[in-house]
Design a protein around this ligand. Structure first.
Ligand SMILES: C[S@@+](CC[C@H](N)C(=O)[O-])C[C@H]1O[C@@H](n2cnc3c(N)ncnc32)[C@H](O)[C@@H]1O
Length: 240
């Protein structure tokens, strides 16, 4: 049987706990969100697709900054939580394993894919759909766990992608893809993206108040996150 994460909406089981956890915590609120929001830039007046939106923390902040947010998630409970949090935005249950056939070509200005790439079995196909719905001049911002950190924790062959099954501190059981940086770059290229920026973010100062030791560790070792801003490759436009 091929190795895969599968289509079970694994976050559905702990969606409410994740929502509480991610609201003002170290990792999401003071590390991942500042990094991706920085790469997204000015969103005022823009249509932003929040792919794998989770419980809507990003959607709330993007709406506050003037964006029109369309969001989706594989987990129905996450979609309910997002809808409650941000009634002005439009959310639906959708698995990124399937085409976004409810969104026309070139219909959004920006796409955000925060901390979800790891759960996709066919990442190139999913990213290609995100390229398709972006208008020319638009951009994708994604974050993923830092491949160096993943490899240091799990060992083995850094270059060999594999599905990891583990239980995190909160008791959440997850399956996800461990994969090298090169593979993410190749998947983006294969989907028609050109990488504009690749950052290795550091937690923001409020994170130090929550956990000083983790703050220091993530300011000195590549074991947390990385974030990428990519644009639809303008050279592809000439080929259509
Ligand atoms: C770590 S959470 C991140 C949520 C949100 N992006 C954030 O940063 O707050 C990962 C999310 O990805 C969603 N997800 C995982 N696989 C997915 C898929 N194939 N299609 C759509 N959403 C998916 C999960 O349901 C979960 O809400």
């Amino acid at each position: 049987m091929p190795e895969e994460v599968g289509t079970q909406p694994q976050y559905d089981l702990f969606a409410d706990e994740f929502a509480d956890h991610a609201r003002d915590n170290f990792y999401n609120a003071h590390y991942d969100r500042p990094a991706c929001l920085d790469l997204l830039g000015d969103v005022d007046g823009k249509t932003v697709l929040d792919a794998a939106c989770g419980p809507g923390h990003y959607a709330a902040e993007l709406t506050r900054r003037g964006a029109q947010v369309i969001g989706f998630d594989q987990s129905p409970r996450m979609v309910e939580l997002s809808t409650q949090r941000v009634p002005q935005a439009q959310f639906r249950t959708h698995d990124l394993a399937h085409p976004l056939d409810w969104l026309p070509d070139g219909s959004v200005d920006l796409v955000l894919l925060a901390l979800a790439l790891e759960y996709l079995d066919d990442r190139t196909a999913a990213l290609a759909e995100l390229t398709r719905v972006l208008r020319p001049g638009g951009a994708l911002v994604l974050s993923r766990m830092h491949p160096t950190g993943d490899w240091l924790r799990h060992g083995g062959n850094y270059f060999q992608p594999r599905v990891i099954e583990e239980t995190w501190n909160a008791g959440w059981h997850v399956r996800w893809w461990l994969s090298p940086l090169e593979q993410t770059c190749e998947e983006l290229r294969g989907a028609g993206f050109l990488i504009e920026r690749l950052t290795e973010p550091r937690p923001t100062p409020p994170a130090r108040e929550i956990d000083a030791a983790k703050y220091e560790a993530l300011h000195t070792s590549p074991t947390g996150l990385l974030a990428i801003r990519a644009i639809p490759d303008p050279r592809m436009a000439d080929k259509t």
